[in-house]
Design a binder for this molecule. Sequence first.
Ligand code: SF4
Length: 334
Amino acid sequence: MSEFAFELELCARLEERDGGIVARQLGGSVANPGGRILDVLCVEPGPEFDDRAALTSETIPDAAIESAVGTGRARYWKDAFDCHPERARSATERAVEIGFFERDYEASAASNREYVRQVARYPDWYDRIVGIENKPDLGRPGDLERQLRTDVGLALVDEAILATESYVTRAHLHRIPDEVGVWRIHRGGTAAGDGLEIEVIREPTPLASDEPGIEPLAAHPGRTEIEVVSPDAKARARRRLAERAYGKGWRTYGFPNCTACRPDDASGATLPYCEWTGRVVDANSECGPDCPGHEPRSAAEIAVDLEAERDRRTAWEAEPDGKRRRQSGLDRFR
Ligand code: SF4
């Protein structure tokens, strides 16, 4: 199976099995942003998850959360940020757009400067974060060992897991860090995600996500450059990760404009299943007139609303009531 199909089917299964927030392809490093991309992320809800869901369906910009805007008296936006003015400006605009900040039109008109306040305190909404590395075929491990060593050394997530379809040998287990859990994925039926079972080969060991982490930066013959990442920097990076996971989720794929694609929801989520290849396909990289099975059809013929599906099947809310109330309230001042 392709890594793409494996990833989507696993996300569908995890969402159905565990609830919480499932997302994919998110940055999992701190000192070298983009140096490590996590395939799948599961964010377990914390005590104030409902408050987060009521705020906005989108990712709240980190600079807005960190700012001193606060919920009380409105503040001139420029005075509330301790970062580059451009970053502050764009965080303010985005926070207003998604309903995390609201403009105080009276104070703004009186001073001819833009005054904003936070609509609610930022909640304590997430608990454990689990990172899953997908490697359907362990015969083609690529950079697997280095990736998992980074996850364990940095300990940005609370648990790191390797998911594979391969038979896992003792030699495989020896090559990956002891702390990494190992799942073998079994597929039952023929449809996408049909009967996908998770066999736990090895339980993960909890990682010290609240202690300093070691992030490898570059490997040279005989030595590796590293950076020590402080607990504070990790806590901020975890919040960014959780926020991105909340806003993005995992349904970030398209459906090919091809008659062979039969959107399949056997797994509890609608996936781009192709009857010609007999599996889930990546419309961006696999489909198009160059494919021998391609038979064009218009995009309008594929009526799939992935956002509505996420709203229906998970605790994430596409249109939180609080946001709607706030927006209609604000309209009075425009
Ligand atoms: S373009 Fe090819 S791979 Fe894509 S859905 Fe059509 S037949 Fe399947």
